[in-house]
Write a protein of this length. Structure first.
Length: 232
């Protein structure tokens, strides 16, 4: 058995657990033998946090929580369980107590570049327009890979943007943060501000799209590895 912590990976909006595929393979090669990727329903922050908490409770031993995008809000809400040692944010939201994603998105005068490419449907789900997915979410990935992600995107319920975090875990747990400097879904300056506010142990900036977990998986695995080593 490895002495490394279990890693629980939490996806964000417009994708599922499979978005972590390349990171999972990299971490496995590095000797992480307890890897888990939560498949969240994206129906509300509270539903997703509950699902993530259930996964964490199934793990025997210490856990490092890793969240991408909206998954950062989920690990913020769910990360106060006793066996969670630390948090890694990958181009992710890190709300404070009482904050929601909509409020954080409005921090900067200049909104995220792809903000206009998101639209709700008649059932209340919010989608990235399929023909805009590549340029919005993952412009540094090959077109074929982006097409698959666009067609298989998992849309959140729109009201989730207004769900407020309570008891944020990053106020009690050490955290690490990765900023995507070419992010078109969350403004890079918003990411920097969140990283500074949570007093990240380390902040890594990558010239990457919002989908840094897919376009630069080795760098994301490096950050996870760094956090795991610091917590050992």
């Amino acid at each position: 058995m490895s002495n490394k912590p279990s890693v629980v990976l939490v996806h964000g909006f417009w994708g599922g657990a499979a978005h972590w595929a390349k990171v999972i393979l990299d971490l496995s090669r590095r000797g992480y033998d307890s890897l888990h990727a939560v498949e969240n329903p994206l129906t509300s922050l509270y539903d997703d946090a509950e699902r993530t908490e259930k996964m964490i409770r199934q793990v025997d031993g210490p856990v490092l929580l890793v969240g991408h995008s909206y998954g950062g809000a989920v690990i913020t809400q769910a990360g106060d369980l006793p066996n969670v040692l630390g948090l890694v944010y990958v181009a992710a939201f890190a709300p404070d107590n009482g904050e929601n994603l909509g409020e954080i998105s409005g921090w900067n005068v200049a909104e995220a570049a792809a903000a206009g490419n998101i639209a709700p449907d008649s059932d209340g789900y919010v989608w990235i327009k399929q023909d805009k997915y590549h340029e919005s979410f993952c412009q540094d990935l090959p077109a074929d890979e982006a097409l698959v992600m666009a067609v298989t995107q998992k849309a959140p319920v729109g009201s989730t943007f207004g769900n407020a975090v309570s008891n944020p875990a990053w106020r009690k747990r050490p955290a690490w943060y990765q900023v995507s400097t070419s992010d078109r879904m969350i403004h890079p300056d918003t990411e920097r501000r969140m990283a500074e506010r949570l007093n990240a142990r380390d902040t890594v900036e990558l010239d990457a799209s919002h989908a840094s977990l897919a376009s630069q998986p080795a760098a994301i695995a490096d950050l996870i590895d760094q956090a795991a080593a610091a917590l050992a």
